[in-house]
Design a protein around this ligand. Structure first.
Ligand code: ADE
Length: 231
């Protein structure tokens, strides 16, 4: 998969050199391009924002640098890329979207700052391809960079070969619609707290049933909105 990011803070993404995603890049599973929006300005101050039309607080990102940056990224990219702008006004990001995005050939992320990007940028690229405004959750970040990091991590680990043992992806929170069961390891007793005896019983059927009950109980307690109606 090819991932391109347009941002005024390219150094935010230096951490993509490390950990699982760093390895995926080294192995050629993920190809990453980070582009500085200011490189697509032509004034001495590399201006990327201006006052909002109609008045009001804050600044809005100008369309011209975005147009040049996205044209450059798209020119060298896949046939049908998806362009994602993180925004608190977008559709919620979830595991289902992460799974779908893991099949893309190219994802372009546009990181807005300030009060957002001139609406005409979204409208222009929506006419040329697939554009999505995507929200990480119902809260406001200072810009899209942290949201893009989260999305890249969620999507990247679903690309075949990135996570060493694909079975570890199956029994996670949100994969079967429920939250994951609690995990334990050795020692059997730690600070007077015991690993539940069923997990040490060797009875795989009983273990599977216990884990499923734990998933349901936890989901009912923490995220009743996720619980399927039959439960
Ligand atoms: N940018 C600012 N807030 C955001 C959010 N909640 N999700 C995605 N991008 C954002």
């Amino acid at each position: 998969m090819r991932i391109d990011i347009v941002t005024i803070f390219p150094e935010f993404f230096d951490v993509l050199d490390i950990s699982l995603l760093g390895k995926a890049r080294a192995n050629g599973l993920i190809e990453l391009g980070v582009h500085n929006l200011r490189d697509f300005t032509h004034d001495r101050h590399h201006t990327v924002d201006d006052t909002p039309a109609g008045g009001g607080a804050g600044m809005v990102m100008k369309p011209e640098p975005w147009g040049e940056a996205l044209d450059a990224v798209l020119e060298n990219g896949a046939d049908d890329p998806i362009i994602i702008f993180p925004s608190p006004a977008g559709v919620p990001f979830d595991q289902k979207m992460a799974r779908e995005l893991a099949h893309e050939q190219q994802i372009v992320f546009g990181c807005g700052r300030y009060e957002g990007i001139d609406q005409r940028v979204f409208d222009h690229y929506a006419d040329r391809g697939r554009v999505r405004l995507v929200s990480l959750g119902d809260y406001v970040l200072n810009g899209g960079e942290v949201a893009v990091m989260a999305m890249i991590e969620a999507v990247g680990r679903l690309i075949p070969g990135v996570v060493g043992n694909p079975e570890s992806l199956v029994e996670e929170s949100h994969e079967d619609g429920l939250l994951e069961y609690p995990s334990y390891t050795k020692p059997a007793v730690w600070r007077e707290r015991e690993v539940p005896p069923v997990l040490r019983s060797g009875d795989h059927g009983a273990i599977a049933r216990w884990r499923h009950e734990q998933q349901i109980e936890r989901t009912r307690r923490v995220r009743p909105d996720l619980l399927p109606p039959e439960l």
